[in-house]
Each structure stands twice: as C-alpha cells, then as structure tokens.
Design a protein around this ligand. Sequence first.
Ligand SMILES: *Cc1c(COP(=O)(O)O)cnc(C)c1O
Length: 220
Amino acid sequence: MDNAAERLGHIRSRIETARQRFGPPPEHVELVAVSKTFDATAIRPFLDAGQRVFGENRVQEAQAKWPELRASYYGIELHLIGPLQTNKAREAVALFDVIQTVDRDKLAGVLAAEMAKATRRLPVFVQVNIGLEQQKAGIPPAEAVAFAERCRSEHGLEVAGLMCIPPDGAPAGPYFAQLATLGRAAGVAKLSMGMSGDFETAIAMGATHVRVGSALFGAR
Ligand SMILES: *Cc1c(COP(=O)(O)O)cnc(C)c1O
C-alpha cells in the first residue's frame, strides 16, 4: 500500500468492519486523520482522496499549514487533539472546528470567552486522564462527569463528548470501556478514543471518533 487513497480505503474498511461486528454499533465512526508533523505536501494526497476530518496537536504547527489547505479544499474539519494553553485559545478558536482537549475550568472559561468574541461556537470534548498518569493531560476520571456538567452550565460550552489517551503498554480495552461508562454518566453522545494500534478495540467499546496518524501517514 503505497498511496494515500489505498491507505485511506484500507483504514476505512477496517473501521467499517469493526463497526458492524460489535453491537450495538455506533451509527457512524468518524476517522480523524492525525496529520501532526506532516507538511501540507504530505497531507494533500489525503484531501485529494476525499478525507476531510483531520487532527493536529499543536496550534502553531497547524497555523503554518492549514490556512493554505483550507483555501484549496472545501469542507475541511480540523480537530485540536493536543494540550491547549489559555494564551493560545484565541488562535485555536479561529483555526479549529472542534477542540478535543478541554480539561480544566480555566481553559473552559477562556475558550468560552474567545468563542463568544469570535461568534464561533465550537463543539468541545472533555479530555479524561483515564489512566491517571502524571505526564498526561486530562481531568481525572472521578471528576470528569461534574466537570463536563460545569463546562455546559457554568461556561456555556457545547460538550459533544469525551476523549482519552490510555496508558502505553497496557491493554486499552478496559480504559475505553471506562470512558464509555463516563460518557453515559455525563450524557454525551461522542467518544474520541483509539489510535493506529487500537482503533478497532475502541470501536468495539463504542468509539464514535478514532484518531489515526501513523497508519495513514507513516511513521513519525
Ligand atoms: C499522535 C496522536 C494520535 C495518533 O497516533 P497514531 O498512533 O500515530 O495513530 C492520536 N491521538 C493523539 C492525541 C495524538 O497525539
């Protein structure tokens, strides 16, 4: 498999097979193509092949390549999947369509204010530190439901779902199952979980968004 269209077709068919195999299946699983570290030249073949939903983990890096790509392709949906500092919130709101990494009140408040100023109300995901890892961002699982509720009622954000990155080197299934349980408790419909190595497991546990980088773009 050496071209973008073939890789994309292969990943999409694996997603669809996993979606149908496990019940009750999510209606639709969105493939978020994670293009971090790849430049516009590497991304274009995926746009040409019809992919429109992309994920980036750094605001500055995304700013350097996406305005140009948006000028040439319709319907791009860009998700921020990396940690966001409050001093970058304005730029993030201007550039992204979905913020998947809301994990603290200060950030939620600043994002809400920037969205109001820009009159751009973006859906957000609450990032949950599902393995309670010191080095990872995210709200602790025990606080996730209350935080999602505050995001809605105090900050006025549109909370679409929950997002997590499970610990490396441990089976991810139980962590995905826990995120699904938290999602039900929080009353959100969407779950962003699963990457190149484990997206089928995530779909089995109810993922509605999988974030696939290296299986599409190659090793970073
Ligand atoms: C890099 C990254 C991915 C994609 O990882 P791959 O293993 O390359 O598929 C997914 N989610 C987040 C948050 C990432 O930073």
